[in-house]
Design a protein around this ligand. Structure first.
Ligand code: NAD
Ligand code: ZN
Length: 369
């Protein structure tokens, strides 16, 4: 039996369903939540080849009318405005109306792109997330952020558009390349550090999850969605001045700088950059006296145990401290020129602060880099 997690947003409450065997049963799971049985499915070519036949058969058996199937090339390159146009034309060419639901079947790229298309097509079509990467199941499919990249930066054009329902079928993770699975764990570990007891579970069961243990994966997805949806319900549009959704940026000030330095060339997956960012955030917290000195070692030991990079030295190229600091000062989350960090007092005790001396960050990057 799948677990059902309510996301109690004031305007529209919806459910995240986590379990195995959900794709073949999609018709029954979706129909109570959608205005009609008309759907348009958006996927990428790799995911479509592996998982679309099962979803299609399940929906057709349940009497669904699949108006369109739109497939984009796999990869971050598809998250752009010209591809948004392709997806919109593909959805609307077949005569979709406002009661036709857009289903995203894929990772975070497909979810962000299809979700943005659903937000703007006909000024808003119902949207369903069927995430197929660990990263999308534990992070991007929950929270309602959708969008594409611009030359000016990542995710700079987008909309908040909450799904009617999220189906996280953990069976789909069996076909995910091992490196993509591990990268998703970077966000699970982040959620563990934000939540507390989940961190200890990560330390105990992370290696089993990365070996493909279905029960461990199910638990990781469910508890991550529980943590993230709780944060999102409390701060739907990232408006809380302290805490709130900003806490989800733990490790991300560093991660964004590392990714930007690589020019998003695929050297680093987002979750790998986040893993290194978590190690750096723990180190910075310890250096500033916010947490016990054992924390950085403990965080890095766990990341290494699941096969993730834990420090800058673990990455396939070097990074200059000055260049990274320059990137961090330009991060879109920088307000009034002050870099904002999420730091830790311990697991389950994260806080946001702009009160971090640049010299401390630079010294850390120099020592760790
Ligand atoms: P992705 O969607 O590119 O998927 C990674 C790769 O795995 C792709 O090549 C894809 O074809 C393949 N794949 C997906 N599912 C598969 C499966 N079950 N079996 C085999 N192959 C499979 O990347 P991602 O890591 O899922 O998502 C990254 C994106 O998510 C980024 O664009 C990021 O900005 C976005 N994101 C959004 C949010 C949000 O809140 N909206 C949060 C975090 C990240
Ligand atoms: Zn992230």
């Amino acid at each position: 039996r799948p677990a059902r997690l309510p996301v109690a947003l004031s305007a529209n409450a919806y459910e995240v369903v986590v379990g195995s065997g959900l794709l073949p049963r999609a018709a029954g799971l979706l129909s109570p939540h959608l205005p009609s049985r008309r759907v348009a499915i958006v996927s990428d070519a790799s995911v479509a080849a592996l998982h679309l036949p099962v979803l299609r058969a399940g929906l057709q058996e349940g009497g669904f009318d699949i108006r369109a199937e739109v497939t984009v090339p796999p990869g971050e390159g598809s998250k752009r405005l010209s591809m948004l146009e392709e997806v919109l034309e593909g959805i609307l060419a077949a005569g979709a109306d406002r009661k036709t639901s857009v289903i995203a079947l894929g990772g975070g790229v497909v979810g962000d792109l299809a979700g943005f298309a659903a937000a703007v097509a006909l000024r808003g079509m119902p949207f369903v997330q069927i995430p197929t990467t660990l990263l999308a199941q534990v992070d991007s499919s929950v929270g309602g952020k959708t969008g594409v990249n611009l030359r000016a930066g990542k995710n700079l054009a987008g909309a908040f558009h909450q799904p009617r329902i999220v189906l996280a079928d953990t069976d789909t993770l069996a076909t995910l390349p091992a490196r993509e699975l591990r990268a998703g764990w970077g966000e699970v570990a982040k959620h563990g550090l934000l939540q507390g007891p989940l961190w200890e579970w990560c330390e105990a069961c992370g290696p089993a999850a990365m070996a493909g243990d279905p029960e461990a994966l199910r638990h990781a997805v469910l508890e991550s969605c529980r943590l993230k949806s709780g944060v999102v319900v409390a701060d739907e549009r990232e408006e809380a001045p302290e805490g709130g959704r900003a806490l989800l940026n733990l490790g991300h000030t560093f991660a964004h700088a590392l990714e930007a330095e690589c020019g998003y060339d695929g050297t680093l997956l987002h979750g790998e950059a986040v893993a290194v960012g978590l190690g750096l955030a723990a180190s910075l917290s310890a250096r500033l006296g916010h947490c016990a000195q054992e924390w950085p070692g403990r965080v890095m030991e766990h990341l290494a145990a699941v096969g993730l990079p834990a420090r800058i030295q673990d990455l396939p190229r070097g990074f200059s401290a000055e260049a990274l600091l320059g990137r961090m000062r330009k991060d879109k989350k920088v307000r009034d020129g002050a870099m904002r960090f999420v730091l830790l007092r311990g697991a389950g005790e994260a806080f946001t602060t702009a009160d971090v001396p640049a010299e401390a960050v630079e010294a850390l990057l120099r020592d760790e880099g």
